[in-house]
Design a protein around this ligand. Sequence first.
Ligand SMILES: Nc1ncnc2c1ncn2[C@@H]1O[C@H](COP(=O)(O)OS(=O)(=O)O)[C@@H](OP(=O)(O)O)[C@H]1O
Length: 325
Amino acid sequence: MFKSRCKTEGAPNPRRAFEMKQYAAAGPNIPLQKDWSETWCTLPQPFDTVLGEVLNYEVRPDDVFIVTFIKCGTTWMQETAWLLLNNLDFAKSKELPQTQRSPFLDFHGIVTTAPNVVEYSKTLTSPRLLKTHMPANLVPRQIWQQKTKVIYVARNCKDVVVSSYHFAKNLRLWAGDNIEDFVTDFLNDEILYCNYWSHIVDFWKMRNEEHIFFVTYEEMKRNLGGVVQRLCDFLGRPQLSEEELQKTLDHLSFNKMKDNDKANITTVLKQHITTANDDFQFMRRGIVGSFKDELTPELQAKIDNWSRDFLAKHGLTEEDIFGKL
Ligand SMILES: Nc1ncnc2c1ncn2[C@@H]1O[C@H](COP(=O)(O)OS(=O)(=O)O)[C@@H](OP(=O)(O)O)[C@H]1O
């Protein structure tokens, strides 16, 4: 059912920390919409099984999915949406780790020693809030059949490159040692879940569909209060009072989430990814534009050219999606 293709067959990239495959959805049972890109998704080998589990996942009518490319603000949005779906239960949010409140369906594909999250998620009461990094053509197919609610968070490419570089390097999920090589691998789709743009553009095209909530990390930084109230409408929840909103924004601030070990997933990641460096921090800078002081002008231009070429084919520019950076 799955076609795997490997551009680098016969010449494996020495910077790959583990064997990766590039998967493309294939076969008559997979509802590949006409205008979705058919770009592959780069995943570790154990996804041969996990992909099937995720694609065939049994979706409940009131499930809410958070779908993102990596490092786009997933965890921040999970904390936000979980609170709204659970009547602002701050006490429970501080008791239970986020990974238990809002499981990451594909986690055991990346970390084979992690528990089977697909199985765990079946034990949760509804409404469930589920996370996946799969692209549109590889998320549970019932999402498209049932028009299940999807919250999609996108983040500008250069900040994603920087954030994923620190993440992959410090967890030793990538075996190179400098950001120049990482940029090369990212642009060649050698990094987990790449290709970046096809992931984002597919959902951008669906952003006006009723069951899709498309938002950017940049908008969350600019006006989280506005995003929260808009999300209340999407989730069918009442708007928050001024007092509730302020309490929610305080809980969701970078510093509060960083100090909250039930929302900051540093410890969980270190527990499962045993190769992690001691000083690995999941909550790193949490800003828009960290690329400005972490990427040379040459690397920025290299990424911009690559982005421009991809987006031109779709009649888009990066500014259409993210505004001025
Ligand atoms: N509350 C809050 N405010 C602002 N920014 C936040 C917040 N929580 C997480 N973050 C930042 O989001 C980045 C991690 O993205 P993800 O959660 O998508 O990572 S993952 O792919 O699910 O591992 C990562 O970005 P960088 O700091 O740029 O690395 C986190 O710091």
